[in-house]
Design a protein around this ligand. Structure first.
Ligand code: MGD
Ligand code: MGD
Ligand code: SF4
Ligand code: MO
Length: 732
């Protein structure tokens, strides 16, 4: 028999929020090549090195291909699925018998954003267990978005995004868009979109302590870490004082806007300059220029989301966009047109909300049905009713990615049961009792539910598995369903699903999503819908048959504010006591000057990484990549540090070491280190790449987290840097 035929399949990339359209060349079970799909409505042929080289991850010889059970000596032994699942079930039943379902927890990691089945079943498992131990990567990232979404617009997921393809003025506050390709906004070919703003006579202003790859292309304004709430508050105050706000927009779209001057009354030019390191006149001018632009948008991401006042900062960003009349305006701050009504879905299952309960140990408010990851270690180590004793981890490498990663690693070691669904033996699950191997995104069907919510060009896509599962790997959703089954549960928060489960009917997440999509505004309504712009409404069958993405419109909709707001009065609610408290807390906080820790550390993302998990590909983790601390030449001279010297980096919470790269990209007083390096475990190439664990320097103390959202603080860490050896290469 000859080799199977070579075929091209149109799919989308399941690695980052850009969700680029790809063409996969496959031959039978083999993935031969991945390239950009020129016909994809959003990415138009773009592919980055991560997407293009994903075959090296799929075919990785270090991938776990059969369930692994940890032995007494710390090594792992392959076991079959039934014995792994049966033993996990038995151990869970015993724990639940003794301590209740609230002793079992779930972690939902970042790669689940492209894994709808796992997402639904992790959420469903937490719901069915009625446990408060539901932790997600969002609390290291965007919990502040969820809180502001709920308070301002009435739903965690109601989050406007920048209409980049049509704007004339964009301020990028703490995001390295040309490297990360956008978060909480899905826009293909992001660099071209930014270039086009400038080409049509507009401006892109990047406000960042580092002259990043993005800042180098456009206008750069350096800012001291954590200066963001001060900066945005000062811009807003300027426009209010000078009556440059769009009063019509404020009156018609919002309530509570009259209280803004009082909220900002404590913001003084002297304090703003001290906190931002920027000139007050420059900030005022920027605000005036922004308000004069016809279509403008202020966009903030990790640089603005991972500081100690991230919820207040996100609130001020939204208010600034609204007060300048840019909400729900073409080229401004717009809402998406997702193929599935995710807001309705999460509402129906009761997930969305804020502060409906508090966490046991730290008394943090619940956000979107979840507890902050920063509290997890204390929930494991603090005895009492509700103590966390067993954890199911879906795609999480918290020993590297969580704040206070040292404390997290130690706490994980105290669990009675840890089960990790992961394609690798990582530094996190090296101490799991079981590692259960999942299929990867290219080996299962995929629908970009999460990123569809923030799409600048609305389109619909659902692709079957591109290539079959490798080894004895299984879809995450199936694994979770099997675990749930063994403790007598259906992984769903829906009473109806539990009831069906009792009759032996277990709905696969794909069936559920198809049903919901068909009944959604964009669905085919089971044939009852009149023909529409997307060709008569969506169903999985239709999208499979199309074999490519279907464009639903040229641009995200505008004029939809009333539909997107979930408050009864259909207005954006700008006044909340919470923001008043946060503003008081901001004003009361002394400007951080600490002679023991005089520098501020920030995280850096690299083009060939995806947080912690693509580091085992020799095609991505190439030999020339070295983990290095970036430092300004003046700081280096003062500390007598030279290129390649090894330094220790010490914070109040830990110490690591790293070779140094001296670069005037860094603002003086600020150092940057790539996040999520320093691996251990069975991914040999990642381990061999070396590097150190940034989050050994961060804290999970409750007072160090963003108070309203429990979001981790991962940027702006006060550190001291000292030379320990000259030239790391000589030392090594
Ligand atoms: N190539 C690549 N792409 C990725 C990822 C990856 O690891 N690699 N990760 C994905 C994930 S999970 C996410 S959430 C997104 C994140 O996407 P981005 O938010 O674009 O990610 P970062 O590169 O961390 O950008 C944060 C920027 O803020 C700056 N910064 C740090 N502190 C401050 C501060 O206090 N104020 C201001 N104004 N700026 C500050 C940093 O220098 C940095 O340039 O990227 C996604 N895409
Ligand atoms: N210092 C610092 N720390 C940070 C950040 C920072 O900027 N600075 N960024 C934070 C942010 S924004 C985020 S989102 C978090 C992310 O942190 P995590 O949620 O830990 O996510 P990742 O590191 O992307 O991947 C976690 C694991 O998922 C596994 N995985 C990949 N695909 C699959 C799959 O299909 N199924 C299963 N079961 N597993 C899979 C990978 O092997 C990896 O071990 O990190 C945060 N940590
Ligand atoms: S930008 Fe993101 S979605 Fe696009 S190819 Fe790269 S990793 Fe994949
Ligand atoms: Mo993230």
């Amino acid at each position: 028999m000859g080799r199977p035929a070579i075929e091209d399949k149109k799919i989308f990339c399941g690695i980052c929020e850009a969700s680029c359209g790809l063409i996969a060349t496959v031959q039978g079970e083999d993935l031969l090549k991945l390239r950009g799909d020129p016909e994809h409505p959003q990415s138009e042929g773009f592919v980055c090195p991560k997407g293009a080289n994903f075959a090296s991850i799929r075919n990785d010889p270090d991938r776990v291909l059969r369930p692994l059970q940890r032995q007494a000596d710390g090594t792992f032994k392959e076991v079959d699925w039934d014995s792994a699942l049966d033993d996990i079930g038995a151990r869970l039943r015993k724990l639940i018998g003794a301590h209740g379902t609230e002793s079992v927890g779930v972690y939902l990691g970042n790669p689940n954003a492209w894994n709808y089945g796992a997402f639904i079943n992790l959420m469903g498992l937490a719901g069915a267990l009625k446990t408060k131990h539901f932790y997600t990567a969002s609390s290291s990232d965007i919990n502040n978005y969820w809180v502001v979404g709920e308070l301002l617009y009435g739903h965690n997921l109601s989050n406007p995004f920048p209409d980049m393809p049509h704007t004339d003025f964009m301020i990028v506050l703490g995001s390295n868009l040309v490297v990360t390709h956008g978060s909480m906004v899905t826009v293909g070919r992001v660099k071209e979109k930014l270039d086009a703003i400038v080409e049509r006579g507009g401006r892109v202003v990047v406000i960042d302590p580092r002259r990043t790859e993005t800042a180098k292309q456009y206008e750069w304004m350096p800012i001291q870490p954590d200066g963001d709430p001060w900066l945005v508050a000062a811009m807003l105050k300027t426009l209010l004082d000078e009556q440059r706000v769009d009063e019509h927009a404020l009156r018609t779209q919002t309530t509570g806007w009259e209280t803004l001057p009082a909220l900002l009354s404590g913001i003084t030019p002297a304090r703003v300059e001290a906190e931002t390191g920027m000139r007050h006149e420059d900030i005022q001018q920027l605000a005036r220029d922004f308000s004069a632009a016809k279509r403008a948008v202020l966009y903030g991401r990790c640089g603005a989301s991972l500081g100690p006042f991230s919820t207040l900062t996100k609130y001020l960003i939204d208010v600034f966009n609204i007060a300048t009349g840019n909400l729900d305006r073409r080229g401004g701050f717009v809402f998406g047109r997702p193929m599935i009504d995710t807001e309705l879905f999460t509402k129906l299952i009761g997930l969305n909300g804020y502060d409906r309960w508090r966490t046991r140990v730290d008394n943090f408010p619940e956000v979107f049905g979840t507890a902050p990851l920063g509290s997890m270690a204390r929930e494991i180590t603090t005895p009492g009713k509700g103590q966390l004793r067993a954890l199911i981890v879906g795609a999480g490498n918290m020993a590297t990615t969580a704040s206070a990663s040292g404390a997290v690693t130690e706490a994980l070691g105290q669990l009675d049961l840890m089960v990790s669904l992961d394609p690798y033996i990582t530094e996190t699950n090296a101490q799991a009792h079981y590692i259960l191997p999942p299929t990867l995104w290219i080996e299962r069907d995929g629908i970009p539910i999460f990123t569809q919510m923030h799409n600048t060009v609305p389109y619909a896509q659902w692709v079957p598995a591109t290539v079959p599962a490798r080894g004895d790997t299984r879809d995450d959703w199936w694994i979770l369903d099997q675990i749930a089954k063994r403790i007598g549960l259906v992984p769903s928060p829906l009473a109806a699903a539990q009831w069906l489960g009792k009759l032996g009917i277990r709905l696969a997440p794909g069936t559920l999503v198809d049903l919901f999509m068909r009944l959604s505004p964009e669905g085919d309504w089971f044939g009852l819908r009149p023909r529409s712009s997307n060709g008569g409404g969506l169903s999985r069958k239709k999208l499979y048959a199309a074999g490519e993405s279907l464009k639903m419109d040229d641009a995200s909709p505008v004029g939809v504010l009333k539909k997107k707001i979930h408050h009864r009065d259909r207005k954006v609610h700008l006044r909340h006591a919470l923001f008043e408290t946060e503003m008081q807390r901001l004003l009361a906080r002394p400007t951080p000057v600490n002679s023991d820790y005089p520098l501020r550390l920030i995280s850096l993302r690299e083009l060939q990484s995806q947080n912690s998990w693509l580091h085992n590909s020799p095609r991505l983790m190439t030999a020339n990549r070295v983990h290095r601390l970036r430092m300004n030449p003046i700081d280096a001279a003062r500390l007598n540090v030279h290129e390649h010297d090894t330094v220790t980096i010490t914070s109040r919470w830990g110490e690591i070491s790293s070779p140094v790269q001296i670069t005037d990209e860094m603002m003086q007083g600020v150092v940057a280190l790539p996040q999520s390096w320093g691996h251990r475990g069975g991914w040999k190439h990642a381990v061999a790449a070396g590097g150190s664990n940034y989050n050994r320097l961060t804290s999970n103390a409750p007072e160090e987290m963003d108070q309203p959202s429990g979001n981790a603080v991962l940027n702006g860490i006060a550190v001291r840097v000292e030379r320990v050896a000259s030239d790391a290469r000589a030392v090594a």
